[in-house]
Design a protein around this ligand. Sequence first.
Ligand code: R5P
Length: 299
Amino acid sequence: MVILSGTSAPALSQKIAEILKIPVVKREIGRFPGGEIRVRILDDLSRKTVVLLQSLENPIHDHLMELLLLADATKRCGSSRVIVLIPYLGYSKQDQIFRSGEPLSSRVIAQAINTAGYDRAVLLELHNENILTFFRPKAADLSLKAVFADKMKPTLQENALVISPDDGGLRRSLEFANLLGAPFAKLSKTRDLATGEVRIHRVSIPVSGRQCFIFDDMISTGATVVEAAAFLSEAGARSITVCATHGLFTKGWESFVRARIDRLLVSDSVPLPAGAPTYVEVVSAAPMFAQTLREYERA
Ligand code: R5P
């Protein structure tokens, strides 16, 4: 087994390679004069299982194109099996038609990857697990819930409460609460689809004096966690810890000044933007990915 990395997450690829003691494939990724992406694999891949790792974060279209071209090149280089490992799947929030006239974007992305070709796809904390059905031939959706929960357990107080920031996150928050052995509540959230503005209206049970945990699949602009934390703080929460698998922070850190978050944990599914507040911690997904790849190799 060897690992081949696009330009999105070389540090994560390196970590997985170190854990599995497998080589990182030498490759070139550049541009043709017209702006087209040019990739070239420099190592011999014949009869090898190739793990092709690429996170579809910003600049997402470059990263997507690299992934498609690398997948094609990998097959042409005689590999025996290609596992595409996509720690963050861009466009996953476009998992349904919200307004008439829109495309089903997450399906379009999955189909493009299907066309480039692979034997198995590994994804992480999908926004909606139905997206898995768009992938052919085989795809798995891993979760870091247990990893985050294990990190949180030593800090757990008797009055701990897990709070889902919205209806879409109910199931994953409930699973997180079960892992912690803590009760569960939910916030009522609305988002203006045109402006993206998020409003939190109420919480299902009182939070005053309680240790509150929010679990979410991703922080994109930050609006959801910032508004949720502000609401919970106003409602008397004693502490607020946020665990979110994908920390995109697309609008930077400015809005987090008023967030009143005590701890914020994200994974290395995408690189953390510079300037993070001191309460932000990164938990690596590499051990979990390595374990999964080991199991595939044995199977
Ligand atoms: C919502 O459905 C998701 O689970 C996240 O809560 C949301 O994507 C976060 O986005 P933002 O950070 O822009 O509020």
